[in-house]
Design a protein around this ligand. Structure first.
Ligand code: HAM
Length: 425
């Protein structure tokens, strides 16, 4: 019978890969906690309307990438394509937003029906940050500094660069949109097909076009930064000042508009040239209108989300996952004959009590060639239990083989000492 396979673009994350994921997740959580962010967990499925009203009807995500279905009640539901909308919905529903400040983070799978390729999947994972109730550029700077600190901690700061732009207020963008449409309409026939469509539905997205001929036309197009209102200009200049003072390098990219409609003022992306076409590892911006758009009281917001698959790929490409993270255990304990197998299971328990933190894997399978099998595990410590005339003893290998027999009662101390030596080496 044919075997059932995983859905295209939805990947299993195998045991060989999970240590890198766990390492990354641990580093992110430690940085988030050092900034006082609180975790929030939202459902994976939401009402379809939530995404239409927040991300925007005329965006790639809503037009062609959502996994939308009717449940048994005929209600239209969607697998979340991103986390910001659900976070705002949850914050509003539970009274976390009005007249308060919040610094929240979440993690989990997101779903987009995109064409799968390296770094682009249909189920992918994000860790996202959303802050609420703070309108000054200080918080825009904080979330960028937080991400920069993370890259530094992960040893990938030199491999990523920051692209920054301001989209201004809705009003200033409206005037810009009109002038952009007027300009591009003159060259309509020379635009690529996607841009022709976007010119009518979502003209700012034409700026994102990958087509060289469209980019050539855009070279003389009106520039968004020249349309910014005073408040947005001041906001942007405070942000860039704070980043300058913090020594965070950025490139102002006046074409950066992002693919979701809820942004205003600051938008940013951390990009790398090490992963090919899907080089944006983290992206976000300010969304002061979103809470109100979803029925709440006006509440400013800023956030970003990082793509975990892309960051893991980058860490692996750069060899930035420490070797110690790749081992799932430190000590392998095995019996050298069947009669002591039960003792080994019990003794492993005693060792776990005696040496908290030591990761112990006990051999529970056949004993043929046990010495080789133990060696092949790659454990940094190997303990072989055997019966001697004097009772149970252990032989401890720390790198090279040894034949010294250590009485069972002395082993917890000896193993603990050897473990300390290994950790320091
Ligand atoms: P986004 O730019 O759509 O923004 O996604 C953020 C990040 O998720 C991307 O930079 C990328 O690393 C990763 N990503 C997106 N799509 C895929 C995919 N198909 N496969 C693999 N990785 C992917 C948002 O989602 C916003 N909610 C970010 C935000 C939070 N803005 C404000 N707050």
């Amino acid at each position: 019978m044919a075997k059932v396979k995983a859905i295209r673009g939805m990947n299993d994350i195998l045991p060989s890969a999970t240590p890198a994921w766990q390492y990354l997740e641990r580093q992110v959580k430690s940085v988030l906690s050092s900034y006082g962010y609180d975790e929030i967990r939202m459902p994976i499925v939401e009402q379809t309307d939530l995404f239409k009203r927040s991300i925007g009807e005329v965006t790639d995500i809503v037009e062609k990438e959502m996994y939308t279905f009717e449940d048994r009640n005929g209600e239209s539901l969607t697998l979340r394509p991103e986390g910001t909308a659900g976070c705002v919905r949850a914050g509003e529903e539970h009274g976390l937003l009005f007249n308060q400040t919040q610094r929240l983070w979440y993690q989990g799978p997101m779903f987009r029906y995109e064409k799968p390729q390296k770094g682009r999947y249909r189920q992918f994972h994000q860790i996202g940050v959303e802050t609420f109730g703070m309108s000054s550029a200080d918080i825009d700077a904080e979330v960028i500094m937080l991400s920069a600190r993370l890259w530094k901690k992960l040893g990938i700061l030199d491999a990523v660069s920051l692209q920054l732009n301001s989209l201004g207020s809705t009003d200033s963008r409206q005037k810009y949109k009109q002038d952009l449409v007027d300009y591009l309409t003159q060259y309509f026939d020379q635009l690529d097909e996607d841009s022709q469509r976007r010119l009518k539905s979502n003209p700012l997205r034409v700026l994102d076009s990958k087509s060289e001929s469209t980019q050539a036309i855009l070279a003389d197009a009106p520039i968004l930064s020249e349309y910014l209102d005073d408040d947005s200009k001041e906001h942007f200049s405070r942000l860039t000042g704070l980043l300058d003072d913090a020594g965070i390098h950025y490139e102002i990219n006046t074409r950066l508009v992002r693919g979701l409609d809820y942004y205003c003022k600051t938008v940013f992306e951390w990009v790398t040239d090490k992963l090919g076409a899907q080089g944006t590892v983290c992206a976000g911006g300010r969304y002061d209108g979103l809470v109100q758009q979803l029925g709440g009281k006006a509440t400013p917001g800023v956030g970003f989300a990082m793509g975990i698959e892309r960051l893991v790929l980058l860490l692996e490409t750069l060899g930035a996952v420490p070797d110690s993270e790749k081992n799932s255990f430190d000590l392998y304990v095995a019996a050298q004959s069947r009669e002591v197998q039960g003792d080994v299971v019990q003794f492993s328990e005693a060792l776990r009590d005696a040496i908290p933190g030591l990761r112990i894997r006990t051999h529970c399978a056949g004993l043929k060639n046990i010495n080789n099998k133990a060696r092949q595990t790659g454990a940094r410590l190997i303990l072989l239990i055997q019966k001697s005339d004097a009772g149970l003893v252990g032989v401890l290998w720390t790198g090279a083989d040894s034949s010294e027999q250590i009485p069972l009662e002395e082993l917890p101390v000896v193993v603990a000492q050897q473990w300390e030596v290994i950790k320091k080496s």
